[in-house]
Design a protein around this ligand. Structure first.
Ligand SMILES: Nc1ncnc2c1ncn2[C@@H]1O[C@H](COP(=O)(O)OP(=O)(O)OP(=O)(O)O)[C@@H](O)[C@H]1O
Ligand SMILES: Nc1nc2c(c(=O)[nH]1)N[C@H]1C(S)=C(S)[C@@H](COP(=O)(O)O)O[C@H]1N2
Length: 177
């Protein structure tokens, strides 16, 4: 039997990590992926404060030790002084994938004029894709609906697990070979 794909979910929030509010956004990532994916997958969940070292260490752990082919972060992408998720992402990635951030911001503008305040980005560490989402729970689905169609093929190109999607919910695009 094929091993389930391991997907990291990293919530970056001072208040959620301190227990001041519940981490709704991390849960929204998990339920969105459950809606999208028909192939077996397993979430690897982490919740940390907005500290760059901590975010970097956790991203490295999720990719290098936990074997995640995809890590989706939420929070810490804005202009506030403590928002450092994009910096942490860039620090641990070998190559950046700027198109993901561009498309998510463009789509998010359909919902909120403050979409441009997110510095969300994406990049590759080894054979894993790291993708930043904003912290707001509503942003999760809005952003993932925009970029997820390209993610299974991106992971194919890095020789990761073959992700299959429920085509009634999200259409993964794989160019004809
Ligand atoms: N993980 C989360 N779960 C639930 N709600 C969230 C989460 N992250 C953000 N929010 C909501 O979105 C609002 C704006 O996000 P903001 O970026 O200020 O959150 P944050 O990064 O968690 O803040 P901080 O790290 O300062 O505690 C928050 O006030 C909260 O209502
Ligand atoms: N789709 C979507 N994108 C969004 C938002 C949103 O509500 N929906 N909020 C914006 C706001 S108000 C901010 S400040 C930035 C950064 O949010 P973060 O610091 O929580 O990551 O994301 C932006 N992008």
């Amino acid at each position: 039997m094929t091993q389930p794909a391991r997907i990291g979910i990293l919530t970056v929030s001072d208040r959620a990590s301190a227990g001041i509010y519940e981490d709704i956004s991390g849960k929204a990532i998990e339920s969105t992926l459950n809606d999208y994916l028909t192939s077996p997958w397993q979430p690897v969940y982490r919740l940390v404060a907005d500290e760059q070292d901590l975010i970097e260490d956790t991203l490295c752990q999720l990719v290098d030790d936990e074997g995640c082919c995809l890590v989706i972060t939420t929070g810490g992408t804005g202009p506030a002084r403590r928002d450092v998720t994009p910096e942490a992402t860039e620090a641990v990635c070998d190559r950046m994938m700027p198109g993901f951030g561009e498309l998510m911001r463009m789509e998010s503008l359909k919902y909120v004029p403050t979409a441009i305040l997110s510095r969300q980005t994406a990049g590759l560490r080894g054979s894993a894709l790291i993708l930043n989402l904003p912290g707001k729970p509503k942003a999760i689905r809005q952003c993932l609906d925009a970029v997820f169609p390209a993610i299974p093929y991106c992971i194919d190109l890095m020789e990761g697990p073959y992700l299959e999607c429920n085509a009634d919910i999200i259409k993964a695009f794989r160019p004809a070979s």
